[in-house]
Write a protein that binds this ligand. Structure first.
Ligand code: SF4
Length: 255
């Protein structure tokens, strides 16, 4: 990260608690780059997080107001903050366990009501901080601490979920596709209404080592091999089968 960007961070809070090779550090830097490129003042922003490894991305590391809340509830707290001060740019950052599993009800209803929030879900397909338990986003067959014979359930497609609920901006990227990720984050931040960005973020410690991608590089190569851009494949075509689509799925307004 360039010296200029360090102004956005509470450097006294470093090093981060993330494991070596965790994708959350990349996401932390990508969001700072997006904010910097928009020349936004962090004093006019609020970052809200819940419990889980991704909750540490803004709190305590961003030099801004941060609200570190209870497990699964950051969107509810963020909604309250936005209603209290509509001029605040409110950004929620959390993991898939926090935002889409424990807090899934808050997610769909904030999308349904088109609350003016930017919600960034760092999806590592597992509960990381609590030891690698299966989550609502764990792929079928994946090995976790609680599914040693393979996950018997299907996983949520988070982008389709919030799209169906009524979100007016929906996109997916990964910590491998950093330039793409920064562009998506910039667009989400500027969107008026409910903006949701799913970011595939590597957890080599609990997901990778149980599923054939033990090193940080293996995890990034997994994203590289698995992902296909929306521009190069229609959403339901055969080329998408078995792949993960990245790009902007919804970008609009709602009356
Ligand atoms: S447990 Fe996983 S998600 Fe949590 S810090 Fe370690 S690598 Fe990152």
């Amino acid at each position: 990260m360039s010296r200029q960007l360090y102004g956005y961070l509470r450097t006294e809070s470093f090093p981060t608690p993330f494991c070596s090779g965790c994708g959350h550090g990349t996401l932390m830097a990508a969001l700072i780059r997006a904010i910097n490129s928009l020349s936004w003042d962090m004093s006019e922003m609020l970052f809200v997080s819940g419990i889980g490894c991704a909750g540490w991305i803004p709190s305590p590391h961003y030099a801004a107001d941060t609200l570190h809340t209870t497990h699964g509830r950051p969107i509810a707290f963020a909604t309250g903050a936005k209603l209290f001060n509509p001029r605040l740019k409110v950004v929620v950052i959390g993991g898939d366990g926090d935002i889409a599993s424990i807090g899934g009800n808050h997610l769909i209803h904030a999308a349904r009501r088109n609350i003016d929030l930017t919600v960034i879900c760092a999806n590592n397909m597992i509960y990381g901080m609590t030891g690698g338990q299966v989550a609502a986003t764990t792929p079928p067959g994946a090995i976790t601490a609680t599914t040693e014979a393979g996950n018997p359930d299907r996983a949520f497609d988070l982008c389709r979920l919030v799209e169906a609920a009524g979100a007016t901006y929906v996109a997916r990227s990964t910590v491998y596709h950093v330039v793409h990720l920064v562009k998506i984050l910039k667009n989400a931040l500027q969107h008026r209404g409910f903006a949701f960005v799913e970011v595939l973020s590597s957890c080599p410690t609990h997901y990778g080592r149980r599923n054939g991608a033990a090193s940080p590089t293996d995890m990034l190569n997994l994203y590289k091999g698995l992902c296909v851009g929306l521009d190069s494949a229609s959403r339901d075509s055969a080329t998408v089968q078995g792949k993960i689509l990245i790009g902007e799925f919804v970008r609009g307004d709602r009356a």
